[in-house]
Ligand binder design. Structure first.
Ligand code: ATP
Ligand code: MG
Length: 230
């Protein structure tokens, strides 16, 4: 499958989705999305900032508008990157299952690939209606340093469905009814938003961890100064 495969008549577009709090988005996210496009021949990746993430209770999050603006500044030069504000309109918590239902409706001509870091993936069985997620999108696990390696097949068969099997030829995990789960061989970049917030709070450099446009926005707005969030 070459470039423009999705544009051929009758072929579905391959749409990556990267959900997150993005407080702030960083080069770990951007590079993982870029490599997913490359390795899985995706047409686009949409970044989906969560409004009220269920898994970060009690911890204060920067205002949605700040996180969104940093995202916009960071992706604007990449024509294959976009943003979906679908979670902005949700009442209550931002559940991934609802976002994927909505995106399937919004993009009926697309196959969805839900990109997710290994750290987040290993908690999927605690998510609202998690099994439905495997019927809505192809999960793409991203390697991430600092969170260890894991036996994904063991996790899938024990927590999601006993019918998952690793396909030795591709290294993907296949299932008779659910979508295939991919494990991306992406470059491991040890970057996290938590670390960036800490550095910024201490007045230390965040250069080369985030795009320059994001760095300027964070510094100009003194976003994470004082250790707190805005
Ligand atoms: P925080 O430290 O605030 O949790 P984060 O760096 O983990 O921030 P999130 O917005 O929580 O960023 O992450 C969104 C998604 O991107 C998650 O699925 C997460 O696992 C993944 N991700 C984040 N950073 C990386 C990275 N460096 N490499 C691969 N995946 C990543
Ligand atoms: Mg995180």
């Amino acid at each position: 499958m070459g470039n423009g495969a999705g544009a051929e008549k009758g072929m579905k577009r391959r749409l990556g989705i990267l959900g997150g709090t993005f407080d702030p988005v960083h080069l770990g996210h951007l590079r993982a999305a870029e490599e997913a496009i490359d390795l899985l021949d995706l047409d686009r990746v949409l970044f989906v900032p969560s409004a009220d993430p269920p898994h970060k209770p009690g911890c204060e999050l920067s205002a949605f508008e700040h996180r969104l603006r940093i995202l916009q500044l960071s992706i604007s030069k990449n024509p294959r990157f976009g943003i979906s504000e679908i979670e902005r309109g949700f009442a209550g918590k931002s559940y991934t299952v609802n976002s994927l239902r909505g995106l399937n409706e919004e993009f009926p001509g697309s196959e969805l690939f839900f990109l997710i870091g290994l750290d987040a993936f290993l908690e999927v069985d605690t998510w609202y209606k998690f099994r439905e997620i495997f019927h809505l999108a192809r999960m793409v696990i991203l390697r991430r340093p600092g969170f260890g390696e894991a036996d994904v097949e063991d996790y899938l068969t024990r927590r999601i469905s006993a019918d998952f099997r690793m396909d030795p030829e591709t290294g993907s995990f296949i299932h008779p009814e659910m979508f295939t789960v991919y494990y991306l061989r992406n470059t491991r970049l040890d970057i996290s938003s938590t670390r960036i917030r800490k550095l910024a709070a201490q007045g230390r450099s965040i250069r080369y961890l985030v795009p320059p446009e994001a760095e300027s926005y964070i510094l100009d707005g003194e976003l994470y100064r004082g250790g707190g969030r805005n």
